[in-house]
Design a protein around this ligand. Structure first.
Ligand code: MEV
Length: 427
């Protein structure tokens, strides 16, 4: 049997067909992914205000991802070149060590209720703590369906804010398991429902009632273990690559200036999947950076170290408030198709894939930066796209790419010229 054409060298139609053959994706979902039947202006008009149209981004599929033993095609909506290729390649390296292991905590979101004008903060705090069970029961009435699904209010926490510009005040946290939704609506509605009771119990005035994006009770964690042999390339030994990646990570661990860029590289992967699945990427961004600063000093979200067996071991843990129901996840046809393509059945499963992509993306950046530099890979990818656009046959792609990169002359006309020369030489 002839070898299957490489995914990245296939046409868009061939890629779509291959995806369908691999996953059994419906025709409708395929059409939605292709953009042919994506979000219509009419649908968009029901989502936000003053709609004049829709805005498209490239949607690529990261390959090779195996998360908790399951192969999963990863849809990524992103405008930046190299992101999808790097994620795919790093996922392949991770497969040498069994792929990604990922886990999540329960999907517990935090809602905040700010209480002002208190005569006695301690007395008010006591009153809320004493009424904890009643408050939880009242919050549970807001969304009986959520409770039926096993979610609902879990806890009440009372926090004293002492060093604010307006003097001390109280904050009540409502912790709620939102199951497979992002959860903003459920939590904000519950907070508003509790307001009269909270004001009566404390004698204070409730001001803000809104969820916190520092979703540190809704964490996702991924790890991978890459045998050094799999890291070897060009003149770099696997040990050398491993040590350089760890040194590069140490820079981000110690320095906020570097950590911001390091974490941006992680978010290249995270945001692309969050966006493709119709989730709120600003919420995930806000949670990520607040979590990165949780010790009081902004630092790397990931860690890289040397395992007992000499392997390169990576870990990423961060808040991940994403869902597979509600919001745009079902309304946006391409988002709904993206979720179908991934075969994820719950918000937690989606979060586990997303955090694995973040870890892969981080490794892609660190490996390139700490060895050949970031530009060479970019150039090679660009040259490949140009070669494909010039109609270079698959067997000559690498030769043409190599030549154009060496000459630093990457152009469709040059690719065609190289092919003509190769043919003239009888190759
Ligand atoms: C570019 O979009 C992302 C990187 O800057 C990430 C990093 O520096 O780790 C390459």
């Amino acid at each position: 049997m002839a070898d299957k054409k490489k995914f990245y060298l296939s046409s868009i139609t061939e890629r779509l067909r291959q995806l369908q053959a691999e996953t059994g994706l419906s025709d409708a979902a395929l059409a939605a992914l292709s953009g042919e039947q994506g979000l219509t202006p009419d649908q968009a008009d029901h989502m936000i205000e003053n709609v004049v149209g829709t805005f498209a981004l490239p949607l690529g599929i990261a390959r090779n991802f195996v998360v908790n033993g399951r192969a999963v095609p990863v849809p990524m909506a992103v405008e930046e070149p190299s992101v999808v290729a790097a994620a795919s390649y790093m996922a392949k390296l991770a497969n040498a060590g069994g792929g990604f292991r990922a886990s999540t905590t329960e999907a517990e979101m935090i809602g905040q209720l700010q209480i002002l004008d208190l005569d006695d903060i301690e007395q008010a705090a006591d009153a809320l703590e004493t009424a904890r069970a009643d408050l939880l029961a009242e919050a549970a009435q807001v969304d009986p369906v959520l409770t039926k699904l096993g979610g609902g209010p879990r806890d009440i926490e009372v926090r004293r804010i002492s060093d604010s510009p307006i003097g001390p005040f109280l904050v009540m946290h409502l912790i709620m398991d939102v199951r497979d939704a992002m959860g903003a609506n459920a939590i904000n509605t519950a907070l508003e429902r509790l307001t009269p009771s909270v004001e009566r119990l404390t004698g204070g005035r409730a001001l803000l009632r809104i969820l916190s994006n520092l979703a540190n009770k809704r964490l996702a964690k991924a790890s991978c273990r890459i045998p050094v042999d799999a890291l070897t390339f060009d003149e770099f030994s696997g040990e050398d690559v491993r040590d350089r990646v760890i040194e590069a990570w140490a820079f981000a661990a110690a320095d906020p200036y570097r950590a911001a860029t390091h974490n941006k590289g992680i978010m290249n992967g995270i945001d692309a999947v969050v966006l493709a699945t119709g989730n709120d990427w600003r919420a995930v961004e806000a949670g990520a950076h607040a979590y990165a600063a949780r010790s009081g000093k902004y630092t790397s979200l990931s860690t890289w170290s040397k395992g007992d067996d000499g392997a390169l071991v990576g870990e990423l843990e961060m808040p991940m408030a994403v869902g597979v129901v509600g919001g745009a996840t079902r309304v946006h046809p391409s988002a709904s198709a993206a979720i179908e393509l991934m075969g994820v059945k719950s918000g937690r499963e989606l979060a586990e894939v997303i955090v694995s992509v973040g870890l892969a993306q981080n490794l892609g950046a660190l490996r390139a930066l700490a060895t050949e530099g970031i530009q060479r890979g970019h150039m090679a990818l660009h040259a490949r796209q140009v070669a494909v656009a010039a109609g270079v046959p698959e067997k000559w792609i690498e030769v043409v790419v190599g030549q154009m990169v060496k000459e630093n002359h990457i152009h469709v006309e040059r690719a065609k010229e190289i092919i003509r020369n190769l043919k003239a030489e009888g190759k």
